[in-house]
Design a protein around this ligand. Sequence first.
Ligand code: XMP
Length: 469
Amino acid sequence: MGSFYDKLAKAPQAFTFEDLILLPGLAEIEPWQVRLETKFSVNLELKIPFAAAPMDTVSEWQVGVALALKGGIAVIHRNMPREEQLEHVRRVKEHPPLKITNVYLEANVSCQAAREYMRELGLRTVPVVDRGGKFVGYAVYGLLENCKMVAEAVKPGKAYSVEEALKARKAVLNGEVDVAAILDSKGLLIGTLTVADALEDINPALDKSGRLVVGAAISPFDVERIKMLDGVADVLVVDVAHAHNRNVIESLKKVSKELTSDLVVGNIGSGEAAKDILASIENVAGFRVGIASGSICKTGEVVGVAAPTLYAVALVRDALEELGATNIPIIADGGIKGAGDAVKALAAGAWAVMCGRLFAGTDEAPAPLVRIGDKVYKPYRGMASRGALEKRWAMDRYSRRAKKVEEGVEGLVEYRGSIYRVIDELVEALKAALGYVGAKSIPELWRKARFAKLSPRGVQEIRPHSIHI
Ligand code: XMP
């Protein structure tokens, strides 16, 4: 067994985001010149290094569309029947590569109600659909004064297919049309492009056919789900708490051979895990790294075992360097509180960061708003919390009740409004961070970053202090 004191003397420091700080370096560029292009997996390029975690209070198709439009990716959660998960993946893939809004009128509504609706939205023109959702033309505010039903006043007008989405954007920006109806191949309205949508600053992450990218969470044991999602989602992301597990590895070894989508394996928390997984599974296209750092995790507390995200990323990066496998992206997962943690994870060797809490409070996240007093919140819960586990067990016969331990909590996060704004803020702060380090790209950050250890007092000093806020 060896002497406890010898072991203690050799014990590493499992540092967390709060323990280390990045040191400034000579900046030869300004933050706006920083490029954040990266990869989520070997064959999947992103414009920004942000991914939404597969959690049932975070990642469904709306967050998937927003993340991909901004240049990142969401991994659609698996706490739902597999057909439903496939539908969320499809909705992202079929979405035009630009922001659109769910604004329309039905032909059988009264002209008065239509005028009120348009006044509220501040729109002069709105697409009109029939009962089946088929586009029939546009309602124009000024023409709705002397009619009973919208159907009487519908004006014909050009609608655009998904392939023509960029043309539609140009038409709206040039003022040729007020809004543009975007239709699917059957003529059904997918959404409406308004001026505000057209002005949204987007830089979409696209697949080789120009469609938005999206990931899907999988269990290594749910072969049917894997088969259904393979080739539809760009990347399949293994969604288990501890992938360095013989059963997980053996199962992945079998199922991974015929996959056409990239396979990201996780979560792992050590260099040995990366080595063992690569020794057994041929086509690993990425690692999801970090155990027990998540804001809703209680794994460390309940079982006393953890691999804090920053530390785990550094260990996995070292292992991949040793193996000469630095082409395999590392996704830092759990505990990212903002761009300050994201830049540290990237500097330690990650290619992208995965976030749950940061996106859970947004309009696009699936949970409903909760009002308490004069504050507004959204629910957020761990996928190993009681509520999430009960839903999974009730629905998915493949989920294994190997552990009867709750390793997550359920709670509320502050409502943060549009995810588009949240992503913009993260990106701006991350660019500023790279600017301080003096790096103009993520690969340059890997080379230039220098960490220093902070004392507990130092942690206090580098935050706002000695002031009432
Ligand atoms: P953040 O900090 O972004 O973390 O909220 C999201 C990540 O936390 C992990 N996760 C869990 N870990 N128990 C855990 O120990 C849970 O119930 C749980 N649910 C999610 C997961 O890696 C996610 O991406």
